[in-house]
Write a protein that binds this ligand. Sequence first.
Ligand SMILES: Cc1ncc(COP(=O)(O)O)c(C=O)c1O
Length: 414
Amino acid sequence: MANLAILGGDKLIKEEYLTLFPAWPPRDEETAEVLKKTYMEGNWSFNSPAEQEFEKAFAEYHGAKYGIFMANGTTTLECALTALGVTKGDEVIVPALTWMATALAASYVGATPVIVDIEPTTLCMDPEKMRAAITPKTKAIIPVHVYGSTADMEKILEIADAHGIPVIEDCAHMHGGFWNGRGVGSWGKVGSFSFQQSKTMSSGEGGICITNDPELAEKIYLLKHIGYSRGIKQGQAIRAPEGLLCHNYRATAFQAVILSQQLKGLNKLIDTYSKNAAFLRESIKDIPGVRMQAPGRLSEPQGYYSFHLIFDGEPFKDIPKSIINAACDAEGFGIGNGTHGPVYKASLFNLDLSKGEYRIPDGRCAVCEDLFDRTLGSAHYVLTHRATVEKLSAVLHKIYDNIDELKQYAASKA
Ligand SMILES: Cc1ncc(COP(=O)(O)O)c(C=O)c1O
């Protein structure tokens, strides 16, 4: 008689999976009331008081003076690059593991994304590979604080500063994260965040740039606000700055109101995620062959957009991740497919390497490619309750305790 549920044994987790964590995005009556008030007031766009309030509070939370609220976390990257003067013929270094927006933002301003490999522990950009990818054409570097780790800002800034190259932090996954006591996004010249539906703070869509540089703040504001500078009233006669191609990348007051409400609980949320992720990491330490994505070296608290388990050692390393996940699922706790994989292999990424539309200095990003086959991951909100994390740990222990059954199952499917 088999023990593992995938082979007919008893299922370990009896509760319905979706009842183990809160629904996402979060909703509450208080926010619904504030939204109604904003709706009735009619001040829905164009630098509304709600937007200004949110920009200020979010920037301050992360240790920056200025916030520029926008339509999404792709426009933020694009405007940050333009504001820094990145243009046609330039190169922008990005990590292999990211959502494709990080690389495409470079293409949108006419530059070439240069894709470098990641660290096997944090899954963030490898600073040494980044150093090796720098050329005289490099005009910006965009490290990504990916999933549940913060890129090594000290090493990255040390190298970038030595070459005089500005750094834009892509913090789409890292709301509320701190590095060595200072908020993410305030280390580089600009920090860029996304508030798309799945993110740790979400208003359906939305994004923000934060910065401590008043000139960059003003330029980014002009870029997203079709050339209007701050304080200009709608209809007032003005002329956009010569040579600066501006956009309408504005977001609405409704988004700002939702986010201001969420910001009040961000500290507690990240603290809970951080503690529960640390607990999971510790509780599976006795299982060989599986490890969690390491948090950033100096991250405290570490933000979490998701958490990732890497099955790259004995006895798991030759069992396909789809089978490991199917076994977890059968026990009542499916983990999820995991990482995006290397950006240049993403199904929607259609830049052409042979035409020089992007560049991979090492030919391939081997660490990122190989780990993609070994990684499973779940969304941040699964980290909400300690009891849920304990259940996942119990599932992983059960699978390890019966690993021979799973190996035989995998062999029968090969
Ligand atoms: C790392 C990263 N950067 C940028 C973005 C782009 O954000 P948005 O979807 O708001 O445009 C995302 C979105 O998923 C992301 O994950």
